[in-house]
Write a protein that binds this ligand. Structure first.
Ligand code: 5GP
Ligand code: ZN
Length: 111
């Protein structure tokens, strides 16, 4: 499968990994839009939120718990940060492998 995030997960493509367990990997976005810009990615190849299944409930929950942990690690927890899922074309989703953006380290404009 020609999926860049699957390649990162398999370590066929290098990335700056800051957390990993059996189900989830977190790495730095290659084109950061803020001082802290991480991608929280399930190892399971799910296309987007639209393709989430009931069985993914715990996985999605764990992604948010990991977001909480890495926000501390990156020291943005106190000042705040934004968590974003882009879904589909209108949202500008460019990688068809589910990912949660964690963005912070500066005052973020809305919309
Ligand atoms: P989307 O626009 O789909 O929500 O976000 C995809 C994100 O993945 C973008 O912010 C983009 O910069 C990032 N990205 C795309 N290819 C790579 C890559 O090869 N390595 C890393 N670290 N990030 C990538
Ligand atoms: Zn994938």
């Amino acid at each position: 499968m020609n999926c860049i995030f699957c390649k990162i997960i398999k370590k066929q493509v290098t990335s700056d990994i800051i957390f990993e367990n059996e189900r989830i990997i977190v790495f730095k976005d290659i084109e950061p839009i803020a001082p802290v810009h991480l991608l929280i990615v399930p190892k399971k190849h799910i296309l987007s939120i639209n393709q989430l299944e009931d069985e993914d409930k715990e996985l999605i929950g764990e992604m948010f718990l990991i977001a909480r942990e890495v926000s501390k690690q990156e020291k943005v927890d106190k000042n705040g940060y934004r968590l974003i899922f882009n879904v589909g074309e209108d949202a500008g989703q460019t990688v068809d492998h589910l990912h949660l953006h964690l963005i912070g380290g500066k005052k973020l404009p809305w919309a």
